[in-house]
Every structure is written in structure tokens, then in C-alpha cells.
Design a protein around this ligand. Structure first.
Ligand SMILES: C[S@@+](CC[C@H](N)C(=O)[O-])C[C@H]1O[C@@H](n2cnc3c(N)ncnc32)[C@H](O)[C@@H]1O
Length: 328
């Protein structure tokens, strides 16, 4: 019973802090209902702990035809009558949501460095965030719109004195590391990526398709590897091409707390040695050493923290819809 309580808490937090704040009423409703449904909690308890995440379970159910937006009854019936297909999808796949909208918050950080840049993304998924120079931007400030580049443009509301760049970054090389790289030329893998976009987020689905086309025109070099062990060699390789910028968004939360600290130390060492710069964009509790350099964040405020070389420069929306610049 204690286990069911733990799973219920995970789903309640997901409803409140993730789906609730990011605008998926369907997933917020589903997660709230799961938390109060002992039979579904019992079904979830039979999965390995790492596979019980709401995002993964809901995406797998949709993959097997559960309508979303749609009522919780559809999800419930499908899970409880599962012939093993939904379970197999949950076990075989992972949440690797690749959100190109985050570039609208990453590009002002990239602008701090002298180009040409060698962009090295750890936890790159399909590498869709490796093309900051192939998108336009529409930053909506209190004084009006600041635009950069042409269509398609990524929109972002901006508060604070953000150093919005007047030129696109010059990218000489782009590559990445991922435990399970996704291949932009593989239709099945891209269909799964699309399934991970939340039901009501039609704008994100359109953007994802555009991002896949951008990447397919010039596929990125993403190596299968672990950011904890393979980063120094990748930095050394990238350094032949330009100023190395190691970056990541929505990745470090996947590591155990001790490994988050190890990664923090590893990349800080590389920065101290002058081997690379570092742009981090993670949930506020994921890299405490970065978050602590910025202003305090109210406990109930879910936000990502954008860091440059270990210092917080902005509080950002997890999908790049807005940012508040807090850096100098
Ligand atoms: C939620 S996705 C984020 C993708 C991309 N960074 C973005 O912002 O759209 C997280 C990615 O991190 C990868 N990942 C998790 N742990 C990793 C590790 N130890 N080494 C390399 N990649 C890892 C996962 O495989 C997944 O593709």
C-alpha cells in the first residue's frame, strides 16, 4: 500500500507541477484520477520504477489508440485490459521529448560566446536543438517585439534585461551524446517523438515536424554514449572546429542525485581548464549549484534555470515559451 501511495504522489505532482503548469488539461486530469485509482496504481506498481512516469505511460497508451484529449475512462480501460502491448511499449521506449522551442531561451546564452561555435549537446535525443542558426526568433518584451532571422520563428515572452542578440549564432560544428540517440531519418522513431508531445499542444506538434525537416536536411552527429563518461573525449573532438559550447536541457534530472553532482564537477572542471563553455537549462532543483547563484525562487514556482558557465542568468519556461533574465 505504501508503494501505491508513492506512485500516487508522483502522479499528483505531475498533475500539479508538470501537466498543470504547462497546460495539458487532459494529462492533468488523467494523472489526478490515476492517483485516486487503486486498480490502476496496482497496474503501475508492476512496472519497473523508472518506467512508471506519467509521461511515458500516457504516451504509450496513446500510441495504442487511447484518445487524447479524451476522458480518463479511456486510459483506465486500456491499461486494465492491456494484453501486454502497452506494457511492451513502455518497457521498450523512453521519454526523450525533444523540444526545439527551448532554443528561444538558449540563443541569448549562446550569444555570450565568441564564434564560430562547436555546439555539443549532451542528452541530445534526436538533436533538434542543434540548429539555433536555422530558426528565427520573436522575443516579446515589455517594449514590443524583438525579431531575429526569418520564418519559422520561435516565440518567447521575455522579462528583464535579456541580452537579445542581433545576429544568429555562427555554428561551425554540431554534435551530441545520448544514451539512446534518435535518428531523424527513422519514421517510427520520429512518430514516437511526436507522440510525446502533449495532446493539446498543437503548436508544438507543428514545430516538431518543422524541426525534423530542418535536421533531416543536415543530420547531426549524435554518438551513443553516457554524458558522465564520454564528455571529455567529445569536447576534445569538437575543439577542432570552434569555441566548444557544451549544453543540455531537461537531461540532468534523469541522473541519480550523486551523478548530477559528478556531472556538475566534471563540466566545471572542463570550463576551468578552458576546454569549453557550459550552458545548462534544467529544472530549478536539478543543479542546485547553478540555481543558488541566482535570485531565490518561490517553492511553488516551477521553472527551469538557465546557466552560463555555472552561473544562473535566467529563469525559463520548460518548453521555452518565456524567460525572465536574472543575470547581469
Ligand atoms: C527529455 S530528453 C531532452 C532532449 C533535448 N535535450 C531537448 O531539450 O529537447 C532527455 C534526453 O537525455 C538523454 N539522457 C539521459 N541520461 C543520459 C546520460 N547519462 N547520458 C546521455 N544522455 C542521457 C535521454 O536519452 C534523452 O534523450
Amino acid at each position: 500500500m505504501e508503494l501505491y501511495g508513492e506512485i500516487a504522489d508522483i502522479y499528483r505532482d505531475f498533475a500539479r507541477y508538470d501537466a498543470g503548469s504547462n497546460g495539458s488539461h487532459t494529462f492533468a486530469d488523467w494523472a489526478t484520477a490515476v492517483a485516486d485509482d487503486p486498480e490502476v496504481l496496482a497496474w503501475l506498481a508492476t512496472l519497473p520504477p523508472i518506467k512508471r512516469q506519467a509521461n511515458l505511460v500516457f504516451a504509450a497508451a496513446r500510441w495504442h489508440g487511447v484518445p487524447a484529449p479524451g476522458p480518463y475512462a479511456g486510459l483506465r480501460a486500456a491499461l486494465l485490459a492491456d494484453d501486454g502491448s502497452i506494457r511492451a511499449t513502455i518497457l521498450a521506449r523512453a521519454t526523450q521529448t525533444n523540444e526545439v522551442g527551448r532554443l528561444a531561451t538558449l540563443v541569448p546564452a549562446f550569444a555570450s560566446f565568441r564564434g564560430p561555435l562547436a555546439l555539443l549537446e549532451v542528452g541530445a535525443s534526436a538533436g533538434l536543438c542543434l540548429y539555433p542558426d536555422r530558426w528565427g526568433y520573436d522575443w516579446r518584451t515589455d517594449d514590443g517585439h524583438v525579431t531575429l532571422g526569418g520564418e519559422p520563428r520561435l516565440e518567447c515572452r521575455v522579462k528583464g534585461p535579456a541580452p537579445l542578440p542581433a545576429t544568429l549564432p555562427q555554428v561551425a560544428w554540431r554534435g551530441g551524446i545520448d544514451l539512446h540517440p534518435l535518428d531523424v531519418t527513422d519514421a517510427d522513431q520520429m512518430a514516437w517523438l511526436e507522440q510525446l508531445v502533449w495532446p493539446e499542444h498543437d503548436d508544438r506538434r507543428v514545430r516538431l515536424r518543422q524541426a525534423i525537416e530542418v535536421a533531416r536536411a543536415d543530420p547531426p552527429a549524435i554518438r551513443r554514449g553516457d554524458l558522465l563518461t564520454d564528455l571529455p573525449a567529445a569536447v576534445a573532438e569538437a575543439s577542432a572546429y570552434g569555441t566548444v559550447v557544451v549544453f543540455h536541457s531537461a537531461v540532468i534530472a534523469y541522473l541519480e542525485p550523486a551523478d548530477r553532482d559528478r556531472f556538475d564537477g566534471l563540466v566545471r572542471g572542463l570550463v576551468a581548464d578552458g576546454a569549453c563553455h557550459w550552458v545548462s537549462n534544467e529544472g530549478k532543483n536539478v543543479l542546485p549549484s547553478v540555481t543558488a547563484t541566482g535570485p531565490a525562487i518561490p517553492a511553488e514556482h516551477p521553472t527551469f534555470v538557465l546557466g552560463v558557465d555555472g552561473r544562473a542568468v535566467a529563469h525559463t519556461h520548460g518548453h521555452g515559451r518565456s524567460m525572465r533574465w536574472v543575470g547581469a
